[in-house]
Design a protein around this ligand. Sequence first.
Ligand code: PHE
Ligand code: ZN
Length: 881
Amino acid sequence: MRTDIGQIVNLADYRPTDFVLERVDLTFELDPTNTKVEARLIFHRREGVDPSAPLVLDGDELNLSGLLFDQNEVPASQYDVTPESLTIRDLPAETPFEITVTTYINPEANTQLMGLYRTNGVYCTQCEAEGFRRITYFPDRPDVLAPYTITIIGDKAANPVMLSNGNFLGGAGYDEGRAFAAWFDPHPKPSYLFALVAGDLGVVEDTFETMSGNEVALKIYVEHGKEARAAYAMDALKRSMKWDEERFGREYDLNIFQIVAVSDFNMGAMENKGLNVFNDKYVLADPETATDQDYANIEAIIAHEYFHNWTGNRITCRDWFQLCLKEGLTVFRDHEFSADMRSRAVKRIAEVRHLKSEQFPEDAGPLAHPVRPTKYREINNFYTTTVYQKGSEVTRMISTLLGQDGFKSGMDLYFERHDGQAVTVEDYVKCFEDSAGRDLKQFSLWYSQAGTPLVTASSEYDQASGTFTLSLEQMVPATPGQPDKLPMHIPLSFSLISDNGAAATPSSVTGGEVTGEVLHLTERNQIFVFKGISSRPVLSLNRGFSAPINLQFNQSAADLAHIARHDTDLFARWQALTDLSIPNLTQAARDARDGKEITCDPALIAAILEAAGDDTLEPAFRSQVLTLPSEADIGRELGGNNDPDAIRTGRQAIISAIATAGAQTFARLFDDMQTDGAYSPDAENAGKRALRSSALAYLTYAEATPARAAGAFAAADNMTDQMSALTLLAHHFPDAPETAKALDTFLTRFDGNALVIDKWFSVQATIPGAGALDRVKALMENPRFIAGNPNRVRSLIGTFAFGNPTGFNRRDGEGYKFLAERILEIDPKNPQLAARILTSMRSWRSLEPQRADAARDALMTIERTPTLSTDVRDIVERMLK
Ligand code: PHE
Ligand code: ZN
């Protein structure tokens, strides 16, 4: 762990390495506490580089134990070494040479889970972004690409499985009790895509025939006994491989593709070439233990990592500033995949909910940064929702601007032009410019300007001339380091909906570029005039969330209800209902704060119940309609001086009003939305379960007793139904005997199943109210709480801080104090995990003064700690700035 303050890295300082790496040959002699790593690296000096320039290699907590030049020992006078770097002088000017570096590392002691570590007795690596330098001294940066040969030697009994990237070369007994395995990856790759796994694991096998007829062996490794739970992941993998061929023409390029599921992992999963390593949460599923959401996540993440093979691995990033080049693009690809596998509209609603609840607050707070940042202190802190989700939205906008075919042509050019290279965002955008013949200079501001643009719209209709006028204004808010912004190119999908619900087609539109159903907002102020509109239309704007903006458009409740009833874009219908609910929810929060009576607009109730009861609409969509904006969403809409208790009280009152008015509808839905036959995780059945559980939630509000939820819990024959009933019980009746009994039944039934026990912790961590903190503290004392396991820590501490607004934001500040203590405990062991959980406080400035002061105190306690990791120091200092 680096506890220095951390140097700032600037995009502007990029320059290529002095030496070109030609080949990498690694030999690992595995030992739990003392693994020997021998790295043979062939380099040559890049043309034109100063012949006296030394070779500088990166390290992190390393000990050098041997150094050879062309197999001869390098004299001490020729090199300098520290745990962080190895500098070798007097190297040849022209000829290639071989450097052999020997290091010994301790996987067992590696608690930060970067580099080579142990998880449940299995050796495993994580190298992105800068973990490889914890294995050996190396030019550890993404623009250094080489083919790798890997030899693994280890105890035969303990390591029947020994894996690395690429194709299997061979393996056998090595000597008494030891075995070896050799792998070769012919595709030049950067070190962050290196992986090694060794241990005793079970495997599920299948095959895939690629579009040109190559047979690929597919293997998913899991702990023994869990093989059956990998079936869905395998199915998702095969569908991903097929989809990438059909949609993007991308074929897999090795004769084997492997996935390993591990229980200790900092992130979701990692796209190492030919050997993806996964948090087991995103591999293992069966109906008894996984929810519909778990299945959907597995499908999406299996696809995401697989898709990286082309967008990330074959074409990689020149430097870490370009992270969105692989992440934003690959998220876009996995979104499109899921949309094709499931309901496109419902998928889009879920994406936008996620974007607004995660990315918008980041973009509006102290951690805001551009999709392509220009400086960082700790790269681990830039695996953010801005780089991933907003990055995906930027690619989605390119697709909207160019149309699906135009986008495809640009992607084809990208693959053709840059295969095998480490490139930049500019290279990527240039492919679309060149293939479409369109200038994307202004559009590229989406990569460099942080902050969510605010678009203000107003409209006017003139009956006499049949003219509809739309005035738009855009403003990009100031963000850290970026006080002034230029106007952006914002593609706004629109529709003019007539009285009868049909779309009106204008005879002409002036005021700016319009392509198909997209308005191009490019100026600060712009007025679009639509002619030939015979009656007053209702404008549906930013349909499908074509641009990731905040839209301020004061449409009447009647207009919003009209969109909700008639738009042909289901997403726009959902958006209209959300827009209708927001003023009710914010007003309710204000009234709750002021001790006033809370009322709900009957138009909102009517519109929601109409959509919910409409059997022509798919159940999953109706369930989305019934899921009102969250307490955090309402806080964002309020924008400041927030009191989470008042927000919750107000929101509860609105839900109760809908529940009371719609009791009959909900009772009918609860009975109707039964799935028949054996559980199936497909979208249609999942949609029915979602709608039934929404109905159950409203009925529980209306009836105000735990009976129905307790009944549903007892009757559930799958984890989805069981969790939704358990959550209702716990959140609404935390002290009821029914709840205690259900939690207990659940625990007894699933004790020992880590992923389900995570859910048991999470459901209790999110019980609202001031009592939450004591509950969380008590749960930390539970022997099942494992402080070294990231999933467990996230399920209790992370879920409490991110997902329990009233419990965490206690007025007395005890929640913040608690979090600060936990951060300081976690940081020395696993800085990445600590830094990530700390970002839960990123919106502290929008709290009312008493809470905000307490939050600042807690942050300052962290900041004053001298031994902080660079990860936590970077986050805490930016949050306090
Ligand atoms: N590159 C991984 C992904 O998004 C995420 C990751 C980053 C995993 C860093 C581990 C460490 O697919
Ligand atoms: Zn990714």
